[in-house]
Design a protein around this ligand. Sequence first.
Ligand SMILES: Cc1ncc(COP(=O)(O)O)c(C=O)c1O
Length: 467
Amino acid sequence: MSSNTANPASKPRAELAARTAVLRQAAQSAVEYLEKLDSRPVAPTPEAAAALATLGGPLPESSAASSEVVRLLSEVGGPATMAISGGRFFGFVIGGCLPAAMAAGWLVNTWDQNAGLWVATPVAAGLEATAVEWAREMLNLPEETACGVVTGATVANFTALAAARHQLLERAGWDVEADGLFGAPELRVVVGEEAHPSLLKSLAMLGLGSKRVVLVPADRQGRMRADALPHLDERTILCLQAGNVNTGSFDPAAAICPEARAAGAWIHVDGAFGLWAAASRQYAHLVKGFELADSWATDAHKWPNLGYDCGLAFVRDSAALRTAMTLRAAYLERGVRREPSDYTPELSRRARGIELWAGLRQLGRSGMAEVVERTCRHAQRFAAGLKAAGYEILNEVVLNQVLVSFGPAEKTTRVITRLQEEGTCWVGPTVWQGKTAMRISISSWVTSEEDVEQSLAAMLRVAGESG
Ligand SMILES: Cc1ncc(COP(=O)(O)O)c(C=O)c1O
């Protein structure tokens, strides 16, 4: 029988001693992972994915040493990762993770703070309060705007739209938080036909329905057509988009927002990545007019490269957001400062505001502008290189997204599959207005000119070999 079992009181002490060693082991393993990233295929090999089965099986009866758990993760889990922290991952709209945000994440896990209330953790509440102000300034949103720090744009849309629902129903004399939607005055939700599905999911979760929205036709770039807007009034939530996931294009906010505001509609913006164009003088014209909205959802884990997960729900009317989100209980001691959980669906949550603070502190306004401009330059280079080789670019490349067709749908699909297997880079498929396309989304701070040239060469080679 081990001494730990003989004397249970000594077990925590033994584990505390092992903790320092396992953290060093994890740090070493993380550094080695990053160092090898550039020379491995971007997607994991089928063998690496299959090996994950060795981490499965029935619930273990006995405990394991923490060092053994971390060894298993490094040796079996690491090779089964997608190399998202490298420079040649162009799938979805996924950024990398800036060094300051990544290291801050390690500290956040070590500090183990519950970010719900100031009294529970001044560092999380204090840095989050600063970080959301910095983000608001970077996005050029009105000064009075409040912000909840959530997991991503889906939840940011949900949170901001809960504030919209509250406000419009309160104006109609209805307390939706108390009485729900049964018998409530009807709200109308107006959405562009190329809105992201996560916006519709948010509407569904709020009881506003994903199918009963009024759809506004879009143009060939996926922009809502200002000339096709329906009647708007004080019972309308109008949802605009800043940055279409396929084309990168923006709804014409400058043409739509003044009229919508005058009609008393609540204007919500899904700007998961596109809103960050505001940080760059070169691209800020794209977000003109969106500052007139009432609420905005965006992601810090996309273009700002602050690591997973971090979404931001901005609402101009702070009281509307707080009324929709606040929870009270006698044991939850409240101070006079900003309480993080007054702005989010969750009470307990990880202190992602600290990573937000660290990443924005590293970037500054100029760093964010540089990431926007460099990734957009890379998009232009991809588009020019593919077009010069005779392939069709399906979108106007206004931002960091490129859609390319290699000809018939089967050929485009074949090129994507072969590229994913070949491993130089990773790109995904989409269908844009009936045409199968390969999506190239350049969102990572890591991507260099060499990464672009290497990936472009692989795309042209694979397309040439794919008949
Ligand atoms: C326009 C838009 N809205 C919402 C989302 C959902 O974001 P998240 O995955 O962070 O919830 C995305 C994801 O790409 C998006 O592009």
